[in-house]
Design a protein around this ligand. Sequence first.
Ligand code: ZN
Ligand code: ZN
Length: 414
Amino acid sequence: MGDSFILTGGKVLDVDAGILRDGVEVLVEDGRITGVAGGRIERDGARRIDLVGRTLMPGLIDAHVHVIATLVDLAKNAELPSSLVALRARKIMAEMLGRGFTTLRDLAGADLGLKMAVDEGLIEGPRLVICGKALSQTVGHCDYRGRNDRRPLHDGSLGSLGRIADGVDPVRRAAREEIKAGADFIKIMANGGVASPNDPIHVLQYSREEIRAIVEEAENYGLYVSAHTYTDASIRRAVECGVHSLEHCNLIGADTACLAAEKGAIACPTLVAYEGLALEGAAFGLSADSQAKIETVRSAGIESLAVMRDAGLPMAFGSDLLGQLHKYQSMEFKIRARILSPREIIHSATRVSAKLCRMEDEIGVIAEGAHADFVVVNGDPLVDISLLAEPDRGIAAVIKGGKFFKDELGSVVA
Ligand code: ZN
Ligand code: ZN
């Protein structure tokens, strides 16, 4: 039997209604929520934990991270020993948990071993939803080779985010291999990117035939495809080919956003990635070519939030930071607040992100049967989103699976 306790005295944030509820008690047993009641819960042996003056909300979900990206320079990262990358990833994950993120969707690199290590309790970290290696074409967003480097890419090391596969049959095989290795979804690079050397932002990557083949392989296994995509043309093509999860979307137009919404796709903006790279990317080894690409997507990214909201395209919450820039993760809340309401942002970081994890009833919600993942906030995040953006000040406790990973409550009642 695991720990059992009752969370009482605080306000409980209903992320669907976007309101705080008074007088609600939450019972946690064996890592799950086993009771939510608008009155006193009695349970023998359960401690009562007083949250007076604070807000209880579901644990946050970051739906776009790279926990094995331990360096901004991804080519160098791929050359690090896998054991070192795993141990650094452990630290990156523990820090994310401390910021209130109890689940992460990793968008390239994290493998089944890291996921199992978390689930076994071997390392302290958020739950992981993984895609294994991202699929990239030659001269795509995961091809970090210099122009004159014709050596084949070896993609076995943990520090490499992607693998190269070209042609319909090879991409089918690559997708199947990632599924076999434990992928929860398949990630493809469908557009140019900032951190890779030879692909300007606007270039389309993969043919329609290749994308459709990957989508078919994923769907055959009951999974979906996620695509790295910035430009309107790239996003439209991805949607038309059946891609479900649209990463970044900085340059999306209204018509494409409406089409994506109609098709049931979900976007995952990652705006802090560009702020982080603009602030310190150069200092951590981002090449001059890559630095020049940042502005192409940075300011448009802010505008894209309004375009997608107005089109009714659901947005998950992503950060997409690399290496030394992970410390900026929670700044995503503040950047989004320039356009979106705290309620909308919190809904993204809970309900919408849970959908992309395919764990809708299990995470991102305070309901019976869900994992006991919570953040206890020192105030009302629906009024002041900076409480989540500045977790050292704003977050008093982080609970994952009924276990406290941060506890500054000092309020256990017998
Ligand atoms: Zn990307
Ligand atoms: Zn990414």
